[in-house]
Design a protein around this ligand. Sequence first.
Ligand code: AMP
Length: 443
Amino acid sequence: MKTFEEMDLIAPLQRALKDEQYKTPTPIQAKTIPVAVSGRDVLGCAQTGTGKTAAFALPILNHLGQRNRKAVSQRPFVLVLAPTRELAIQISNSFSTYGKHLKLRQALVYGGVGQATQVRAMNRGAHILVATPGRLLDLMDQGHINLAQIEMVVLDEADRMLDMGFLPDVKRILSRLPRKRQTFFYSATMSPTIVDLAKRMLTQPVNVKIQSKSASVDTIEQKVLFLRRDQKQESLRSIVAAEDAGQVLVFTRTKRGADVVARKLDQSGINTAAIHGNKSQNARQRALEAFRKYRVQVLVATDVAARGIDVDGITHVINFDIPMDPESYVHRIGRTGRAGASGIAISFCTEGERRELREIQKLLGSSVRLITDHSQAPTEQQHRSSTPHAKGRSTARRSSSRRSSPSSFAQASTADGKPKNKRKQRKGRNARQRVKQASTSKR
Ligand code: AMP
């Protein structure tokens, strides 16, 4: 593998990398930077936490640094599209970090805030425009942004763009880009729709796949705690209060849930903030900053709001609710264990959430062992009385301890604690094959 010094990057970038104390390129950087610098398109299957921002930012900055042109009013040379404001801000910060020894200007365009500052930045001229699709189209339609001079485009987290309903916007933006350009396309997953979009955008790309599994699994200890809904808050509190807990990121399914969990935790004396779509952009940024600067220990978030959160040193990710979509699980737990650090992911699972948990186990495959703890799981009797229509099932022992301690976790055979039989193994294998096929088909 090439070191950064061996890569064909201009001196100001090499200096910035030294400042950041980046020694070895991550796999995605090693595979894509040399080809991107040589002008090829890139199709990358990778998620945040793998170092993909630098993988596209460095070749872009290298190109702009070599050309050394003045920025042109309203006409950027580079466009980076991101699904959420948080991710856009983060990408922009990365460009500032890696490009700090270059005299380049960038503009950041996203919705939910006034447009005046963004319009001013575009009028002044920016080499690089980092934007979310909706506001970008809005400003284009108003005549504040023209994409005719774009030379390089990045579509980041394409799968999330789709999930958030941005596909029509993305297609409209694409139709305004010059045909002759270099394109970097990144997605954590490769569904047929994504592959189709990638085909439209890319010309003979270099395909790079960085296993999201390895990013999520290798350095992260994954645990599942079986409990009743009314035990979740207390379990969370004891995990956060335990000695090994540093910065803790908690995921809930709903915005209201995020507020309730954050309020209760805060009331119990643990500094906590919440971040979700109903909060203003400024409130979200403030919460994120407080978390990043260790002013609050816990950040409670919903999936969409948490996209792009890149905070080093998150020791625990807690799934207060199991995500509906197994891919979200991989995204969530990837917030810890970043850039090779270790991390712990703990998922709270009630009886009603076992189906979702099984889907997650299927996606992860049998090589990934979820460490399970049934000590707080409801007994058959309790379960029957709390869920009158559920079939009785004796799955759990009950311990007298109500306190959750991560050390009480024990290795178990499957995610829901039941031994695997042959049929189930086959089903899991088929599901994994489907995921695999979806990600490789039509390439
Ligand atoms: P990303 O996947 O781009 O969100 O990056 C995840 C984290 O890894 C960020 O905090 C980066 O600063 C860090 N990072 C990226 N590349 C490297 C590298 N080569 N060496 C060390 N840290 C890195």
